[in-house]
Design a protein around this ligand. Structure first.
Ligand SMILES: [Zn+2]
Length: 644
């Protein structure tokens, strides 16, 4: 027997043994190179606090209003018209609208895991029926390449988004299957993918190119869900680039698509940011399953490229509007930052895989940076306005928050992220429990030994540093508790049942506490949320001589709404004066604002002079969390301020 088949036979029963509802956000139980295993979405319940209110808004306001908009804009009718070919309803919207509905479905599915809702579940079931009624007997399903465009199927692989839509359909199907056990949509996805497996792939099959990477990660998760190795092999084929197609692709498209040549040839992030990060996420999934050294090296190279030269301080990604693309290293413009919400989310998905593979706290830190800032900014506090771009500076005339985009990728992407968010907070490993992020929450799951484990976390995060974690294993048991010490917490104290822990907490690592844990054991963590100035590498020319202000995980911005004096673009930080924090319960849902006696430049009438700029005028500066920019209507704002 060839070893690969032996592996398959060994792994399939393990996959099959885990009921759908007990599969983690990523089902990594039998994944050979996963050190960490994310918990199922349903096992984490946020309690009153920062993310609870975000998640409630997503479920209560965001998900239903977006469905109404998807109806209004014809996204569902695009499916209905295929089931009723006599009707003369025209197809509406750009060619990728199917994916918007699939992402919405995924968000709605995860929301049922945290908040069961029979009415919403019935709506989802009806929507799935509508979708599947449009599926052809072959398995093919796409509302654009039908009718007069039928002959164009698979002829526009660089731009057609056929595989992209299928990837999101599959992710929605897996989510709904894990939450409800219902597999109708999953079977529909499998039918389409089985058709691909049969007809496409290495010669003599037809070539297939991933014009917008996304299907790769869905295929990896489908492999984990079904145990069918063919799905992982198809992902491998897509990541390998396609020799026959490759010759037809321009060099520009190699860069822009981040596809069409072997993933392992990549040495940097370039091209379309969402495509590149999605390809890397799919490759990271593939690497978790296979552990090929070449792909591991590429992933490490790309991760370093991103974190050392191409990520904004908000965790946003994508420097150029042209091509929605990465820029050169250190090309991180503030006003022109493209920073699509989907790109920040794709970065989080990439780092989530890297964290699962390594247990390296630096990846959790990057997740936190993006989540609390450049992702969180993407949805308004009432859950009905969304950012496509999340720049680090804008004026009152920039209309950044909108209820709808014809390219409506970001709104449902934000929703599915917030709906499933609890599963990013905790993982298990063979030897214990990992806590990655801190918010008021309960975990109801088990250790990998099988011992049931409940945990309760109480905290003032992100505004305060106090964290209290109470563990309730079903019986006393020795295991390791891994507590993430954030990069920003320079001085952390840890007590176990009131006694100082022997291990010394270091920023940007996991503190490991191995002992026999008993029901009711309490860990008290005091994180250091002192307000700090952040400086950029001097090669970031736009930020040279400036600082950003960070307190805990939250990045701040000066917005004109709170600063009625000089224009915020004339304000400067006075390094001699402290920055004080003040919690304002009535403002923007309850936030900590920062106050500072800074300076204001004299607005000189000359564009260029022989005198250095003077900043003699004192000016009171108030800073609010960046994620809330334009939360009270459009206004000038900036993250980076000159420092004098
Ligand atoms: Zn988007």
């Amino acid at each position: 027997m060839r070893p690969v088949f032996a592996l398959l036979l060994l792994s399939m029963p393990v996959l099959a043994q885990v009921p759908a509802r007990d599969q983690g956000l990523l089902h990594l139980t039998a994944t050979p190179n996963a050190r960490l295993h994310p918990v199922p979405v349903r096992t984490v319940a946020f309690q009153a606090g920062f993310w609870k209110s975000r998640q409630d808004t997503t479920v209560r306001a965001s998900i239903p209003t977006l469905l109404a908009l998807l109806e209004e804009k014809g996204t569902l009718d695009n499916f209905r018209r295929l089931a009723n070919p006599d009707a003369s309803v025209p197809r509406r919207g750009p060619l990728y609208t199917d994916s918007d509905l699939y992402k919405w479905l995924e968000a709605a599915a995860w929301s049922l895991a945290i908040q069961p809702d029979p009415k919403l579940e019935a709506t989802i079931d009806r929507t799935i029926d509508t979708i599947l009624a449009a599926q052809e007997p072959s398995g093919y399903l796409n509302t654009w390449f039908t009718g007069e465009r039928r002959s164009l199927r698979w002829t526009q692989q660089t731009s057609g988004h056929e595989l992209y839509c299928l990837g999101h359909m599959t992710q929605a199907a897996i989510a709904y299957y894990r939450v409800t056990g219902k597999r109708k949509l999953l079977d529909g996805s499998i039918k389409f993918i089985d058709y691909l497996v049969r007809d496409f792939g290495p010669a003599p099959k037809q070539p297939l190119l991933t014009g917008h990477p996304e299907l790769e990660l869905a295929l990896a998760e489908l492999y984990r869900t079904t145990g069918n190795r063919q799905y992982l092999d198809l992902a491998a084929y897509l990541l390998s680039g396609v020799e026959r197609e490759r010759r037809k692709i321009s060099n520009r498209d190699h860069v822009y698509l981040f596809a069409g040549r072997p993933f392992t040839d990549r040495t940097q992030f370039e091209g379309h940011a969402v495509r590149a990060l999605s390809a890397a996420t799919g490759a990271a999934d593939y690497d978790l399953e296979t552990g090929e050294p070449a792909s591991r090296r590429t992933l490490d190279t790309l991760a370093a490229d991103l974190s050392t030269s191409k990520m904004f301080v908000t965790g946003g990604v994508g420097s150029r509007a042209s091509g929605e693309a990465f820029g050169d290293p250190f090309e991180l413009p503030n006003r022109q930052a493209y920073t699509e919400s989907c790109a920040a989310i794709a970065g989080m998905l990439f780092h989530h895989r890297m964290l699962a593979a390594t247990g390296d706290a630096r990846y959790a830190d990057l997740i936190e940076r993006a989540l609390y800032n450049g992702i969180n900014s993407g949805m308004s506090s009432n859950g009905t306005l969304y950012c496509y771009r999340n720049p680090l500076s804008a004026t009152a005339s920039d209309r950044i928050r909108n209820p709808w985009y014809d390219t409506c990728c970001c709104p449902p992407n934000l929703q599915r992220t917030f709906a499933a968010l609890g599963a990013y907070f905790y993982s298990t490993s063979k030897d214990g429990l990992w806590v990655h992020l801190y918010d008021n929450s309960t975990l109801d799951w088990h250790l990998e030994s099988g011992t049931p484990l409940k945990a309760q976390l109480k905290t003032g995060q992100p505004w305060r540093g106090d964290v209290e974690l109470t563990l309730h294993p079903a019986r006393a048991e020795e295991f390791t508790l891994y507590l993430r010490i954030p990069s920003w917490s320079l001085k952390t104290t840890v007590l176990v049942n009131g006694q100082a822990a022997t291990a010394q907490p270091q920023p940007n690592t996991y503190l490991t506490l191995k002992r026999t844990w008993k029901p009711g054991d309490k860990i008290t963590l005091t994180l250091d949320v002192e307000t700090r100035l952040v400086y950029a590498n001097p090669r970031v020319s736009e930020d040279y001589g400036k600082a950003a202000v960070q307190r805990g995980p939250i990045l701040y911005a000066a917005e004109q709404t709170d600063n009625p004096g000089p224009e915020v673009f004339d304000l400067a930080i006075d390094h001699r004066n402290p920055i004080s924090a003040e919690f304002r319960p009535a403002l923007l849902g309850g936030i900590t604002v920062l106050n500072h006696k800074g300076l204001a430049f004299d607005s000189t009438p000359s564009l260029y002079t022989f005198q250095p700029p003077s900043a003699a005028q004192p000016a009171a500066i108030t800073l609010v969390p960046y994620y809330a920019f334009h939360g009270r209507g459009p206004a000038n704002f900036t993250v980076w301020l000159p420092i004098r």
